[in-house]
Design a protein around this ligand. Structure first.
Ligand SMILES: Nc1ncnc2c1ncn2[C@@H]1O[C@H](COP(=O)(O)OP(=O)(O)OP(=O)(O)O)[C@@H](O)[C@H]1O
Length: 339
């Protein structure tokens, strides 16, 4: 299923929640919607699901205009962070709900619904738990039930709004990798809202960055990090430090770092975004000093004091830096925009 959104607008009083959204999702793609709070992510997802009515613009799903298609007829499954399960219903009751409320003509038989529910419980790795009530499950299990409920109608498009927002980091990571596998296996087309950039960059084929009711860039994680469309996107992604500089003769010049190429950027005051992996700290007398060193999942990260700034950097291979040690910092890459 392809999804094409064009010129989509939705106002709430004085607020333009959607201000001309353009987005195109290919069949089978997993796209993350990433953006600050209030940028319009949930409103866009709700409009796609048919729960919100745009003031203007179009939504095409597999080429079909959705304007007059009600939510139930869109063939879309959705999971919201606070889309609570029905507490008075068992897990099996919750999962089969979407099938039981179908018009009788398309409603499967009771036996067929029971069979399908068992299949879905297997799929979300909760076999045998159909008789439990939501209160008897962990948060992660509940979200998997919500997912099974969304999948019961055999949607081709899946919309997820911070589905794992309330879970702790370890469960969250495990569930998102599992979800990505499920998406691939079922051949779904998925849109996933998050404001966790690691989640977006790890999971998605492409990430659509939203700001002020618009998609400002939609690209692969690699392309977003390497070529952010503007300073706003660059600042939002990749734990980048922001450093003032001046562009002269195709180079960006810093107060206390060596210059880097900045081709195509207008001469004058500019701002550079430097990710930790862009800065290589090497032993030796230089202007910088090691302020701190820590190990994270991606290896050793140094905090180096350079002039007035504290910057995150990676150490040269084989070097075991000590705190306070002098070093030199090489800039491997930088994204530079006019100030
Ligand atoms: N029903 C509503 N009534 C009034 N204003 C609304 C309504 N829904 C959304 N808004 C406003 O529209 C803007 C976009 O909201 P939306 O929930 O889409 O943002 P979001 O990117 O999903 O934010 P978050 O990450 O905090 O969930 C916000 O300014 C919000 O206050």
């Amino acid at each position: 299923m392809t999804i094409v959104v064009s010129e989509l607008r939705r106002r709430f009083g004085g607020v333009a929640a959607l201000d001309g959204v353009e987005l195109s999702v290919r069949s089978g793609e997993f796209v993350a919607l990433l953006g600050a709070s209030g940028s319009g992510k949930t409103t866009l997802l709700r409009a796609l699901a048919g729960l919100e009515f745009p003031d203007a613009g179009r939504i095409l799903i597999d080429g079909r205009d959705m304007a007059s298609v009600p939510a139930r007829a869109r063939g879309i499954g959705f999971v919201f962070q606070n889309y609570a399960l029905f507490r008075h219903m068992t897990v099996a009751g919750n999962i089969g709900f979407g099938l039981r409320i179908r018009p009788w003509r398309s409603r499967p038989s009771r036996a067929e619904i029971a069979r399908r529910v068992e299949e879905l419980l297997e799929l979300v790795r909760l076999p045998g738990l159909g008789g439990r009530y939501p209160d008897q499950l962990s948060g992660g299990q509940r979200q998997r039930v919500a997912l099974a409920r969304a999948l019961a109608i055999e949607p081709r498009v899946l919309l997820l709004d911070e589905p794992f927002g309330a879970l702790d980091a370890t469960v969250r990571r495990e569930l998102r990798l599992w979800l990505r596998g499920l998406h691939d296996r079922l051949g779904l087309t998925s849109l996933f809202v998050t404001h966790d950039q690691d989640e977006a960059l790890e999971l998605a084929d492409r990430v659509a960055v939203m700001r002020d009711g618009r998609v400002v860039q939609c690209d692969t994680p690699e392309a977003l990090l390497a070529r952010p469309a503007d300073a706003g996107v660059a600042g939002f992604l990749g734990d980048a430090a922001r450093l003032g500089c001046e562009v002269r003769g195709g180079m960006a010049w810093f107060a206390a770092l060596p210059p880097v190429p900045a081709e195509g950027v207008a001469e004058g005051q500019a701002v550079a975004f430097l990710r930790p992996v862009d800065l290589l700290a090497e032993p030796g007398e230089g202007e910088a000093r090691v302020a701190a060193s820590r190990q994270d999942g991606r290896g050793v990260r140094l905090t180096v004091a350079v002039g007035e700034s504290l910057l995150e950097a990676v150490p040269a291979p084989g070097w075991q830096p000590r705190r306070g040690e002098a070093c030199r910092v090489r800039v491997l890459a930088a994204r530079v925009f006019p100030a």
